[in-house]
Design a protein around this ligand. Structure first.
Ligand code: AMP
Length: 511
């Protein structure tokens, strides 16, 4: 048997209403709680007292959307739709106010009209580091900006602006937008505004001491589609004939992986499960759990074709393949240190989410992280290791068991926990900062277990630049006492704060 015997921690909570942010307009001054992975209990969203609350529930499109089946409708950015029913999870039943078509629309492609979320400059679910990454894109010039919820103040916001200075080149400055006790916002106490929109408009006309006048909003990346189409909003068995396999991408623990298309249009990655790798029932149970976990740092599982062998797992396609292969290829080898830190942060953030949901990955490694456009990193195969039945994947004797990535208590006693995932994350960091070197070079798995038991730890590499501080973090992940290892929450914040450009003190400049 594989590592099935090990406990999962408590089961994840039942599927919740959408993690996407569907905001329903409320009367002014009423606060709305949103389900936001960055700020689970963040309060105020809509508080524009100058605009009267719409009686009908009108959503405005934030992106273009092309209908994918007969039940959903196409729209263009800026189109308005009236919501007829929002009880169907991520998909809203709506009528398009121009074409008069009725059907489903993806909830994360629209925002309530007149809400702050419908503003192009408002980025709801991003951290400071992600804001920096987006703004630093070459297409953005000086003065490009965005507003995001503050990570420290649950009622405040941050304004991030791209700036240029001769001695530093392009960089990002962040300003705190503070709430007033009686409503309204300010950056500088002597210029207060009733709404965020008014504040932004004022600073687009005059810099008032900011590094630059606000020029244009940063382009918003297209949100992840969690389902292939609205038909799959409540089912995940996909008819096999809808999937075409186009080319082989690789071979993993479970079988082959192909690049393919759903209905000849939507790119997908298809994993074919080698027969005997796991029981269909156990796999389907696990896949059902995986489908419920949604986070921008986890690869989306679209569905399965499980009615005949080989089973297909249909996933979001990640164009640059596994992190391990990426680090070793020409593009990956060129990655600068800052990019590596950004990947460490992204993986930490996905794991922080799993930690909060009490799901153990069990096989966290660079080969199980996938890279997409703009070096977006997402974790895949979370939870699947639990249901592998292949003897080769057995902790004690299997040749495919990832000994070098697994914590000693998991290898020896089968004690898998989020803390054994933290150990694996430490190994992943070593892979990352050495551009894909095999951990414990020159040592066999058996030797590694014995050495680790005696207190040996991988030394700081001499072949690559790994700052002492980061090496100490790796060592903390490899503490022999699992309880003393850091949490993913800590690790994410640690990598997020690495290389921080500090919050700019506001300097008032006379008009
Ligand atoms: P795995 O079975 O996850 O180990 O995958 C084997 C190989 O297939 C990986 O190393 C990737 O190169 C590729 N691959 C797996 N999943 C995806 C995906 N969702 N998108 C793109 N490539 C993938």
């Amino acid at each position: 048997m594989g590592n099935k015997c090990c406990c999962r921690g408590s089961e994840p909570p039942p599927l919740r209403k959408p993690e996407v942010d569907v905001i329903i307009p409320r009367p002014p001054h009423v606060t709305v709680t949103i389900d936001n992975p960055l700020h689970e209990n963040r309060q105020p969203v809509i508080e524009d007292r100058n605009r009267s609350a719409p009686k009908r529930r009108i959503m405005v499109a934030m992106y273009n959307y092309e209908a994918r089946d007969s039940q959903d409708i196409s729209f263009k950015k800026g189109d308005r739709m009236e919501i007829l029913d929002d009880s169907d999870g991520d998909w809203l039943n709506a009528v398009h106010l121009i074409t008069k078509e009725r059907g489903y629309i993806p909830g994360n492609y629209v925002a309530a009209e007149l809400s702050v979320e419908s503003e192009d400059w408002f980025f709801e679910n991003i951290s400071r580091k992600e804001a920096e990454k987006l703004l630093m894109s070459e297409e953005n010039s000086r003065g490009t900006f965005l507003v995001r919820p503050s990570e420290h103040n649950p009622t405040g916001y941050s304004l991030s602006v791209k700036d240029w200075e001769e001695y530093r080149g392009f960089h990002i400055k962040h300003y705190k937008i503070k709430p007033l006790d009686n409503g309204g916002y300010y950056i500088s106490t002597n210029k207060t505004f009733e709404t965020l929109a008014e504040l932004v408009t004022a600073y687009t006309k005059n810099a008032y001491g900011l590094c630059h006048v606000l020029a244009k909003p940063c382009k918003k990346p297209q949100p992840t589609m969690w389902d292939l189409g609205s038909t799959y909003r409540d089912k995940w068995e996909i008819p096999r004939m809808e999937i075409s396999l186009i080319r082989r991408l690789g071979r993993g623990n479970f079988g082959e992986v192909h690049y393919g298309k759903w209905k000849d249009s939507i790119e997908v990655a298809v994993k074919t499960l080698r027969e005997g790798t796991m029981s269909t029932a156990a796999f389907l149970e696990e896949a059902a759990i995986m489908k419920k976990f949604r986070h921008k740092r986890l690869v989306a599982l679209f569905g399965v074709c499980s009615e005949e062998e080989p089973i297909y797992i249909v996933q979001e396609y990640m164009s640059k393949g596994s992190l391990l292969d990426f680090l070793r290829n020409d593009e990956g080898k060129q990655l600068e240190f800052e990019e590596l830190v950004y990947i460490a942060f992204q993986v930490g953030s996905g794991m922080e989410y799993l930690e909060s949901k009490q799901l153990i990955h069990r096989d966290l490694a660079a080969r199980n992280v996938l890279i997409g456009e703009n070096n977006i990193a997402k974790i895949c195969d979370f939870g699947l290791a639990r249901v592998i039945e292949d003897n080769e994947y057995c902790p004690k004797q299997g040749s495919r068991f990832p000994v070098k990535w697994t914590a000693p208590e998991a290898i020896i006693y089968g004690k898998f926990s989020i803390k054994s995932d933290v150990w694996s994350y430490g190994i992943l960091l070593m892979e990352l900062f050495t551009y894909g070197q095999v951990p414990y070079p020159g040592l066999h798995g058996r030797e590694v277990i014995d050495l680790i038991e005696k207190g040996y730890r991988m030394p700081k590499p001499t072949s690559h630049h790994v700052p002492d501080e980061i090496y100490q973090t790796m060592l903390s992940c490899w503490d022999s006492n699992p309880e003393k290892r850091p949490t993913f929450e800590f690790l994410t914040h640690y990598f997020e704060g690495f290389n921080v450009t500090s919050e700019v003190p506001y300097r008032e400049v006379p008009d």
